[in-house]
Design a binder for this molecule. Structure first.
Ligand SMILES: [Zn+2]
Length: 141
């Protein structure tokens, strides 16, 4: 794994406001440090630049792996995954009323919820506690 420059990591972290750009969980409440996810994998000529990097929790990073596409569970068609640099989170994804689960609003959103398992049990439990603490959901979506 290539070592990222400290300034680049800080830039990506700040840009993401310290939250995973897929499941939106805050790094401040994670027990593992977050990764700089290559949206387009290096194995597929993805660049090592901030335009191709997203702040990601370990769970989302592991589930995404080197994928850029997945099946929409409704249409069963293969679509591209949510792209944090090109897509708006709130266009493709939304919180349930109690803010503990993420819903896919579009084919891309639904495929991303499934592929990255954005409603993992530990995430749902964390969101429940963060709602109680007034730390969730994030105001920006
Ligand atoms: Zn995540």
């Amino acid at each position: 794994m290539a070592r990222q420059k400290k300034s680049e990591r800080e830039y990506v972290f700040r840009r993401a406001q310290g939250r995973c750009e897929f499941c939106r969980s805050p790094a401040a409440f994670a027990h593992q440090s977050f990764s700089l996810e290559h949206i387009r994998p290096r194995s597929r000529q993805g660049k090592e630049s901030p335009a191709n990097l997203a702040l990601s929790c370990q769970g989302c990073n592991n589930h995404k792996y080197n994928r850029t596409k997945a099946r929409d569970p409704v249409s069963n068609e293969e679509v591209r995954l949510f792209h944090p640099r090109r897509d708006r989170w709130a266009f493709h994804l939304a919180w349930t009323d109690d803010a503990t689960q993420i819903l896919g609003l579009t084919a891309i959103g639904r495929a991303t919820v499934e592929a990255l398992q954005l409603n993992r049990v530990a995430l749902v439990n964390l969101r429940r506690v963060l709602v109680e603490a007034g730390e969730h959901p994030p105001s920006e979506g």
